[in-house]
Design a protein around this ligand. Sequence first.
Ligand code: ASP
Ligand code: MG
Length: 406
Amino acid sequence: MALYVQKYGGTSVGSVERISVVADKLIGYKQQGHDIVVVVSAMSGETNRLLALANDISKQPSVRELDVLLSTGEQVTIALLCMALEQRGQSARSYTGGQVRIETDDAHGKARIKTIDDHRIRADLADGRIVVVAGFQGVDCDGNITTLGRGGSDTTGVALAAALKADECQIFTDVDGVYTTDPRVVSKARRLERITFEEMLELASLGSKVLQIRAVEFAGKYNVALRVKSSFEDGPGTLITYEDNDMEDALISGIAFSRDEAQLTIKGVPDQPGIAHAIIGPIAAANVEVDMIVQNVAGDGSTDFTFTVHRGDFSKALAILETTAKQVGAKDVSGDDTIVKVSVVGVGMRSHAGVAATMFDALGKEGINIRMISTSEIKISVVVMEKYMELAVRTLHDVFELDKAA
Ligand code: ASP
Ligand code: MG
């Protein structure tokens, strides 16, 4: 029999009825003879509600007190879920992160897990209990409550699975797995049986919101088999695992896209050492994250420089760039916040040439102009105009035949 760590997200525990459904499911797993440790999120909307309360009191609440406040959301669900289990005759016990002793660093609001004491959990499992742990939280070495960042219950689940050497960490959510792309954009999108940690990490950082990025990183590092499943219907979900030989032999595993992009260009800057820093330095200093960067090969001693930022940072970045332009004597500054990024991801790219050519050909035939390109070992991203986003995603899904299993 297996040991599973199962994480249920906010919508899965969003009401008393749903908590009851989860309790019934858990008892089903227990009756099959499995040991179950459950991690739950706050009821849906609760963390946002708590954040809004804090903001009504202060525009800059202290990070320590914010963590004390936000951690309560999960404390509500662990207690309610245990009550539901006990009501059904199943012994269960709830723990906050601090009670387990999930020890983190002291970076409030984005703490990292350092150690997990598993002895209480093991003792409860040995006594036949279902153990329910509050996600998203821990304590620092001085006992202060910390939280792990939005979506952090996924990371709690993975970290517990690693500490307990669980057979699988199963993330129950409102979708039944990881798809080749967002089914709302491509109706033929297909659920993947398996995907590698690396691919999932790319997809997560490129805009797919199924799993918290940190959780995927953690799972990859400790080789925790991670499965995304639906909390509303039965099914195998998607297994996220290391690469192996019987992996689907696909060139491309998925297509990610992000609307949250804006592009900035500075033209006619002197082509000399230090210029890239003169342009990007002030942007970074203002805490604006820069994503793609392209610099032209200079012809006449001057060059052009284009980069992308989050759309929300667009006006801030443009103002900074205008100041920089004056300082370095650039010819012109321009920007566009109606662009998007579309990316194809797949470990198969490593061993097959021609993915980029196929991609560019397909987009060209649809009359979609590519404005920027960036690549990594397992990913190709292009920037296109927003109005072409859905067409680009559908075109690429078709050309790489992602609707068919490899
Ligand atoms: N409740 C937290 C959030 O809403 C953590 C989580 O759900 O994973 O971000
Ligand atoms: Mg979540």
